[in-house]
Design a protein around this ligand. Sequence first.
Ligand SMILES: [Zn+2]
Ligand SMILES: [Zn+2]
Length: 141
Amino acid sequence: MSLGNLANCSRCDTLFVKKLRDVCPKCYQEIEQEYDRCAKFLRKRENRGATIYQLSDATDVSVKQITKFIREGRISVLDNPNLGYPCESCGTMIRAGNLCETCGKSLKRLIDQQLEVEKRLEEDRQRAKGIGYRSRKGTDD
Ligand SMILES: [Zn+2]
Ligand SMILES: [Zn+2]
C-alpha cells in the first residue's frame, strides 16, 4: 500500500497528497476565490475592454494566475477583446498558445535547424555504415 502521491503544491510549496490537482486544498480554495473575483470583474460591461494588467490590478490576482485561467479556458479571450497574456519568451500579449508569432517562428526555425543537423548526422552515419559494411554477410558466423 502506498500513502498516495505526496507532492509539493505548485503554488505555496506545501507538501500535500496529490489527487487531481497540482495545488494543495488551501490554494485550490484561494484560486477559486480569485477566479470568482476575475469573473465578477469581467462580467461588468464596462470592464469588457480590460487588459490582463487592469484585471490583475482590479482583482489583486497575479497575471500568472490569470494566464492560467485563460489557458484553462475558464476566462474567455473571445468575450474580452483586449484580454491576452504574455508570451513566455518576450512578454508580448498573445491570446493562444505559449509564444507570440515572432517567438513561435524563431523557435520553429531553431527546431528546423536542429532537425537539419540531426538529419545530416544521420546521413553521415548511414554513409559511414555503407562504406564499413559493404561486404557484410547476412548472418554472423
Ligand atoms: Zn498550496
Ligand atoms: Zn514572444
